[in-house]
Design a protein around this ligand. Sequence first.
Ligand SMILES: Cc1cc2nc3c(=O)[nH]c(=O)nc-3n(C[C@H](O)[C@H](O)[C@H](O)COP(=O)(O)O)c2cc1C
Ligand code: SF4
Length: 465
Amino acid sequence: MADIKYRKGKTPHKREYRLIFRNIDREGWDPSLATYEADGGYQMAKKGLAMQPGEITDEVKASGLRGRGGAGFPTGVKWTFIPPHNTKPVYLICNCDESEPGTFKDRYIVHQDPHQLIEGMILSSYAVGAHVAYIYIREEFPEGARILETAIAEAREKSYLGKGIFGSDFDLEIYVHRGAGAYICGEETGLIESLEGKRPYPRIKPPYFPAALGLYMSPTIVNNVESLCHVKHILEMGGEAYARLGTPRNTGTRILCVSGDIKKPGYFEVEVGKVTLGELIYDICGGLKEGRKLKAVIPGGSSAKVLRADERFIINQGDEKVEIGVEDIPMDFDTLMACGSMAGSGGVIIMDDSRSMSWVLNNINHFYAHESCGQCTPCREGTLWMQKITDRITNGSASPEDVETLKSVADNIEGKTICAFGEAASWPVQSFIAKFHDELVADTDEANADSVVTPEGMLATADLK
Ligand SMILES: Cc1cc2nc3c(=O)[nH]c(=O)nc-3n(C[C@H](O)[C@H](O)[C@H](O)COP(=O)(O)O)c2cc1C
Ligand code: SF4
């Protein structure tokens, strides 16, 4: 990275380790195939196609790569779930819905380095035996879709896609499919329904695990944009060398998207678990706004449970158990889970002491009430009830008991729905009540409602009423 120049004001922070974002904001860089190839692009696709498909999967397994879309499931292991004696076509789907609030990374890959994604998809398709792959891109990224179409046309023109690619006997077509704008299209089975041209009602798992019964009831691997890009780097470095980046079980790099009450919000690619939440906030992002104190953090997109600034946690460190505070949490999958939240999609939302937690929760509740697909009663009805209750809390017309009712609604959604949207909607409510109960109750009194809120918070609350 030392030899690369970045655009003014865009130089990566010294704590960053850029693999996937190596070319993002790079001076003189453009999304064309010529630029990508001049920088060594498509060499790994050529190398991979000379290997056996299973060898690529083995490298990905050895790398320990965990999906960057939300659940952190090991990518190589997922690929092996395709039934061994399958006779149907296999599909690969790149999930470019990027719908989790607080997450803004996949769009930069698509806009600035689309061929990196295509190369990752060629390798991944070859490894899983897919001859048709789709990039499902959200409706709100029209420019991204256009850039991808151009990149695919360029690759096809050079026979990097199509029949017998790179002179091998492997055929692959990649199609861009634009969504119509719904959060639930990011959920893999909702996405598949949408890709089939239907309303994106998620499918129940089991039996509809995509690797067995996915697109057109055929085995389908769904992976996030960032996950698929890693495959190229794993092949370049070798799985074992890649696994030495990051920490054991939490390998490689990942892009953290930091937003909220912070001096320098943005995207930062770091080794997984090598940066603590405190280092991310104070070192990489320049700290909180002047005179402000940290109040809370949502560490993995809006669905992740909120962490309170003064919380303490007991975690395993090697063979020992140690007590740590919020700022000491290494940003990895396992530690964030041990602290009762999750690394999710990498969207880190910072809140300082100017924030009203009632307002923040109400904002989140509005999102989930709007985005529920409506298929399951607890989610369809419950998300709206939760929104109505936090509407009342923020405008001071709720009763203190409403906070208990709110919790009971959330408890009756979690675990009782077809897809994990149910958890995504109830976890914020449950965790805000567990950690900011007194503040929510205090806001039910008209005199206190929205008493601590920033000017933007006020505006947004006014919009919601
Ligand atoms: C409600 C909901 C929304 C989701 N949205 C996204 C999304 O926008 N992008 C994404 O990659 N994964 C999203 N996921 C996760 C996908 O279902 C799936 O697990 C992921 O695309 C798999 O890719 P990975 O293994 O590479 O992480 C969402 C899951 C849920 C439950
Ligand atoms: S949990 Fe919500 S989003 Fe998921 S299928 Fe049920 S109603 Fe739809």
